[in-house]
Design a protein around this ligand. Sequence first.
Ligand code: CU
Length: 520
Amino acid sequence: MGEHHHGPAKGLTRWLYTTNHKDIGTLYLWFSFAMFILGGSFAMIIRAELFQPGLQLVHPEFFNQMTTMHGLVMVFGAIMPAFVGLANWMIPMMIGAPDMALPRMNNLSFWILPFAFAMLASTLFMQGGAPNFGWTFYAPLSTTYAPPSVTFFIFAIHIMGASSIMGSINIIATVVNLRAPGMTYMKMPLFVWTWFITAFLLVAVMPVLAGAVTMMLMDIHFGTSFFSAAGGGDPVLFQHVFWFFGHPEVYILILPGFGVVSQIIPTFARKPLFGYASMVYATASIAFLSFIVWAHHMYTVGLPVAGELFFMYATLLIAVPTGVKVFNWITTMFKGSMTFETPMLFSIAFVFLFTVGGLSGVMLAMAPVDFQYQDTYFVVAHFHYTMVAGAIFSLTAATYYWLPKWTGRMYSETMGKTHFWLSFFAFNLTFFPQHFVGLAGMPRRIPDYALQFADFNMVSSIGAFFYGSSQILFLFNVIRTIRSGRPITDPKVWEGAQGLEWTVATPAPYHTFTTPPEVK
Ligand code: CU
């Protein structure tokens, strides 16, 4: 009694109790990187099994668990928390706020996540194994035929959803209430805008996901038949509910990435972003359209033709605002004084490769031909162009771009560029051949395949091992920067880099004044 602690908390206590948006941002980023490694190692097991046709390495049942866990960990554990980490670090600084609007809730949003994913990962060691029904967990496969661990999966999804909803409410509250005087909505940096819109998507669809898993829980344990035809329910209902969440979800995974490259390209082109207002409206249009296209994932369930056509036209409409964005990024670069530092390389690759993913998306959106592609590797190729070259490349670009601001130290550009070229080459080696095997009819989520697909699968696996191992270089570069990178106050850092100091070389101060006052 009577003991008072002065000064900032140290060690574990600092990280457990922190309400500082930068500490919490750092926690999110390291957590998501750990999940990226975990989800990546599941992918390595998948690619190792698919290195050759035949069943050689893992039991087919375990293979199904790997495809499921890979998707779940990457979507909910790696990409989403990484963007929340960026939001925590950058949004308050970009709008001139001292911290997030709800700092204690911010702490809670992060700290429930490790429990959710520890629980999800622990299902691997449970009787019957981990969930084995794909990241889309279609009923009745995920209800009637699921392993007992599905109950823990449902709980993990609930916790993760609560975390996302709290994080989004915090971002909305911060942007609405804590903008500095003069920072009107149409002056906000694009990263803030894209996250602001993303936060509304999250608040709208995470409860839908919670509804889907709750109905599953009821069907499994409490005798209801939401998704069971035998009891008067409808398995297709599951797909409607899931994709009403799932399609906006894939935009949740990419819109903040749009924001990131909209910050980076103007910097290294040394020109203001072309078409700021159209970028904002395009993002909002994509967000709106994302709610009315969900059944493009369900063309083969037997929808009425009018329904197929509605969802086809609505989906194709998304190409318009997306095209506006790509046009704006390219026009920003046009006649700019461009240099090609690591963040810029990843951003240009993003624009190019995300467009490739967008074009295969247009192919998949067309209902008559989707009957050919449904559940093939073509779909896998498509969404990895949007999720890896889109979401992950933009996250990588953002890390290189803002690392000097976060740490006050410069990363190794040589190592960064090496990391880029290895990633770019290995990514395409992995996923481009999957277009071909998909079009030729190779189904997804399968541990064995016909001999005709052998060569492309071997190429794909070699690319995947390359991509995976080249991320060690990224980790090494980041750790080296934090521990011993050249201080950004050193003029050597800026040799031959005219005009960049202004955007990068202001280290972020640690806000001590955001610590909540002691309650007397
Ligand atoms: Cu979709």
